[in-house]
Design a binder for this molecule. Structure first.
Ligand code: ZN
Length: 680
């Protein structure tokens, strides 16, 4: 799964623990001013309130309140230390299980989590006693706010345990699923990593690809349906106990802005014209290769032909779809193998890049405790991840690294998480998280944008020969585009789907139908064979089976270009309007200027709302697609001209594959229709 590594889960926090709101309204109700108003009542309220504010303002603060705030400060410092110890214990048990999947380790993990959740509940009921909403200190209020969310531990013990078991069940099913070989049908031990991933990377036989696609979805998808349905119920109950409408509401609250969902939609509107051009171009190239019977002229692209199980990144079809095929192909993987690269060397290179920016070197324990190659003596969760053990010194990566260009980028992605952990390790435990979940995902990718620039690859000897010309540059941008641009609709769909599941808009008997309607409509891909509700294709994606929110990756793929542009300007590598300093060929390597700016943002952890963190680095306070669109502008222009030249249809008509029944469609149509108007 060469590129799935681009969106690795991070186990750096208890995912849904922290969120909160309504500081201001609570403050008004519970403050001294409020109490004065209640005592006096009636018409004198306004005057009394004004007087009270005046008195507080002129005489300084109420000494009682100040004493309470001091007490709160001491309490929270103590709580934070205990929380750190709990997170440490939880991470160790989680690591033990995912690095050696056995029933005993799974049971132990659940036991540890149960015990810790009891302690959390206890601490939470103490925290609730404080009237922290009145405190003056912003950070203190923010810590209290985060600690007054209990998370899934709010469930009663039996339900909590059941929820853990559902997720564990899906995760281990995903990690241990195997399929049979297409040609040698008695060979049935093909795992996702590396065998199935390799089939998608290399095979150009549509039937073999279809076989691998169907079998994987049967094993990892359909078998997770029951656990998933129960998990949705239980997780929604937990959401309600935390004061949210449902899990969708809970997930979105982590982004701390009320119109976040609309912002996601707006970003997609901005990127869509570029995606449609890229989609049309790739469909034409695939049609030329596989014929019109396999790839239609105006329909969605069959999902098994894009070089990736989920059609989320299309890099593996680059060799036969690139704009200028006659330009010498730059095969970095081959060079890496020729030069005897090892997983260790790849991690050392990444460490060296971060150090060149004046950022922090990986500590000794990191090198000692990480797992960077797939063990042969046991089952592990291969899906790469970066871990913070919350003791300020133990940080690890677990990854089944293969020596190729894609994994070199995944290594940087994971190392970006560790760098973030290192930068904010002096923060209180509760602030040791990304400014929002997307920030954490964006750090390593931002670095990888420099690493994969031709300039940098040349610098480290992975490219040699002639310098770049215009055609090579279009090829290079295309390569980035089938990684970064095509990922956006995939990521967007995955959580649009789950939002509607958690909200109950999509019920279990419509899971697969709705999932494919979204993929058809937004991503422009279709399943290779008809689907039914016997299938459950969403769970064949790791993050659905492992209960990891996904909008973070969508956010990350947008904001990493904002970060990249800002860092490149600081490094003097990008100058707007200067054609010799283009964004596509910027490498921030060795720029202390850029590194310090990045460090300033990372150090903040989640102590401030994310727009503050974003402003610290980029000067912008909003997510914007402009960095990405600027980066890809030459490609966009080229694609427009090329699609016009070949007369390719832009966009796609609905798929002719069947994934909803007539009844489902009729029911959905009925739902979508406005209420009939009754005339008397
Ligand atoms: Zn990640």
């Amino acid at each position: 799964m060469l590129f799935a590594g681009y969106e690795k889960t991070t186990l750096h926090s208890e995912k849904k623990k922290n969120a909160g709101h309504k500081i201001l309204s609570h403050y008004m109700l519970r403050s001294n001013v409020g109490l004065t108003m209640l005592k006096i009542g009636g018409g004198a309220v306004l005057l009394a309130a004004i007087v009270a504010v005046f008195v507080v303002a002129t005489q300084g603060r109420d000494p009682d309140l100040e004493a309470l705030e001091q007490e709160g400060r001491e309490y929270i410092a103590h709580l934070d230390r205990r929380a750190g110890a709990r997170k440490n214990a939880a991470s160790l048990a989680e690591w033990a299980y995912t690095s050696n999947i056995t029933e005993a380790n799974e049971e132990r993990r659940i036991q540890v989590q149960l015990e810790l959740s009891k302690q959390e509940k206890q601490a939470w009921s103490e925290t609730k006693m404080y009237r922290w909403q009145d405190f003056q200190d912003f950070s203190l209020r923010r810590m209290f706010k985060k600690y007054s969310q209990l998370g899934v531990a709010a469930l009663p013990d039996d339900k909590y345990k059941l929820l853990m078991q559902c997720v564990s069940g899906m995760e281990s099913n995903y990690a241990t699923s195997k399929i049979c070989d297409y040609k040698n049908t008695s060979k049935c031990d093909l795992a996702l990593e590396p065998e199935i991933t390799e089939i998608f990377a290399k095979s150009q036989d549509p039937e073999e690809l279809k076989h691998a696609w169907v079998e994987w979805h049967r094993a990892a998808g359909a078998r997770a349906r029951q656990n998933f349905t129960q998990y949705v119920q239980l997780d929604n109950e937990a959401a309600k106990l935390n004061g949210f409408k449902d899990v969708a509401d809970w997930w979105l609250s982590e982004y701390e802005v009320p119109d976040f969902e609309q912002q996601l939609a707006k970003l997609w509107e901005d990127v869509k014209p570029l995606y449609q051009q890229l989609h049309a171009y790739v469909r034409k190239r695939l049609r030329d290769k596989y014929g019109e019977n396999v790839v239609s002229a105006k329909g969605p692209i069959p999902a098994h032909l894009l070089g990736n199980m989920w059609a989320q990144t299309w890099n593996n079809i680059e060799s036969f779809t690139r704009p200028y095929p006659d330009k010498k192909e730059i095969d970095i993987t081959k060079t890496m193998r020729d030069e005897n690269y090892t997983p260790l060397k790849m991690f050392q290179m990444s460490d060296e890049f971060f150090r060149s920016l004046n950022l922090t070197a990986m500590p000794e324990k990191f090198w000692k405790n990480s797992i960077i190659e797939k063990p042969t003596d046991r089952e592990i969760v291969c899906h790469a991840s970066a871990w913070d053990f919350y003791d300020g010194e133990d940080f690890r990566i677990k990854m089944c690294t293969t020596v190729d260009m894609e994994h070199l980028r995944v290594v940087h992605h994971e190392m970006g998480h560790i760098q973030y952990y290192l930068q904010y390790r002096d923060m209180p435990v509760i602030f040791r998280a990304g400014a929002n979940p997307g920030f954490h995902e964006a750090v390593g990718d931002t670095i990888a944008l420099s690493v994969s620039s031709p300039k940098h690859l040349r610098r480290v000897g992975l490219i040699s020969g002639d310098a770049e010309d215009e055609q090579t540059e279009i090829n290079q941008l295309y390569k980035m585009g089938i990684d970064k641009i095509v990922f956006l609709p995939f990521a967007y769909v995955l959580d649009l789907f789950r939002y509607s599941v958690f909200r109950g808009t999509t019920t279990p008997d419509d899971y697969n139908c709705h999932y494919w309607r979204l993929r058809d409509e937004l991503q422009g891909v279709e399943p290779p064979v008809n689907r039914t509700e016997e299938d459950f294709d969403a769970a064949a994606k790791y993050h659905v089976s492992a209960d990891v929110e996904y909008a973070r990756y969508y956010v990350s793929f947008i904001i990493q270009f904002q970060f990249h542009r800002a860092l490149c300007q600081l490094a003097g590598e990008y100058v707007p309007e200067d054609l010799t300093k283009k964004l596509v060929d910027c490498d921030i390597y060795q720029s202390v200027n850029a590194g310090n700016a990045l460090s300033n943002m990372l150090k903040m952890g989640s102590s401030k709302p994310w727009p503050d963190a974003m402003e610290a680095l980029t000067g912008q306070r909003a997510m914007k697609a402009d960095g990405l669109l600027e980066y890809f502008r030459p490609l966009h222009e080229w694609l427009q001209a090329e699609n016009q030249r070949t007369g390719e249809y832009i966009g796609w008509e609905p798929s002719k594959m069947q994934y909803c029944t007539e009844e489902q469609l009729a029911a959905l149509d009925a739902k979508a229709k406005p209420e009939p108007v009754h005339e008397s």
